[in-house]
Design a protein around this ligand. Structure first.
Ligand SMILES: NC(=O)c1ccc[n+]([C@@H]2O[C@H](COP(=O)([O-])OP(=O)(O)OC[C@H]3O[C@@H](n4cnc5c(N)ncnc54)[C@H](O)[C@@H]3O)[C@@H](O)[C@H]2O)c1
Length: 166
């Protein structure tokens, strides 16, 4: 089965690609390498003993994404691409909304264009208040052990978060 893996050069995406290759899937990776290197792709290939199709592209480029999915007959998308640094997301919220929220919306549009109807979204949570609420609702209250947990707790308490790093 042909799968599109966004953010496949990143930490979780690259490990996932190793397992997908080993399991006989045909993952096609899209990554803009904003937080990763081509070396990760080479290492995935070395570990799995198989070649990986890689495109340096941005999920916000709807035309490119549609064309890649159409070219490879993509059946489903596993979506890891996103920015995830808590401190940076507070300092640069618009960057995070653009990359993670607008990026995911654009990716969904490209999927619709290409007739791809299945997505596994691993949770590019930064900037997605609604998604955080859905994902984390059952796990409340979180122990405030990290700025991430503090951000979620503050969201539910309808107050400004107090980040320890600030
Ligand atoms: N690492 C964790 O413990 C963890 C836990 C829960 C959720 N997540 C979520 O899983 C996702 C992946 O996490 P990770 O730790 O592998 O992060 P990562 O930064 O290692 O990987 C993300 C990849 O996405 C790429 N990317 C970012 N924006 C892109 C864009 N616009 N177009 C194309 N590629 C883009 C980056 O270059 C990078 O290779 C993130 O959304 C993160 O919030 C991570």
């Amino acid at each position: 089965m042909n799968l599109l893996v966004t953010g496949g050069a990143g930490y979780i995406g690259s490990h996932t690609c190793v397992e997908l290759l080993r399991a006989g899937f045909e993952p096609v990776v899209v990554d803009n390498l904003s937080n990763s290197k081509m070396e990760a792709i080479r290492r995935v290939e070395r570990i799995a003993g198989r070649k990986l199709v890689f495109y340096r592209a941005d999920i916000r480029d709807r035309t490119a994404m549609r064309d890649i999915m159409a070219r490879h007959g993509t059946m489903a998308v596993i979506h890891f691409a996103g920015l995830k640094a808590v401190g940076e997301s507070v300092a640069e919220p618009l960057l995070y909304y653009d990359n993670n929220v607008a990026g995911t919306i654009s990716l969904c549009g490209a999927m619709a264009d290409a007739g791809v109807k299945r997505m596994v979204n691993i949770g590019a949570d930064m900037g997605f208040e609604g998604v955080v609420a859905l994902n984390e609702a059952l796990r409340r209250p979180l122990e405030a052990s990290s700025d991430y947990a503090e951000g979620i707790n503050a969201f539910f308490d309808n107050r400004k978060p107090v980040f320890r790093g600030k």
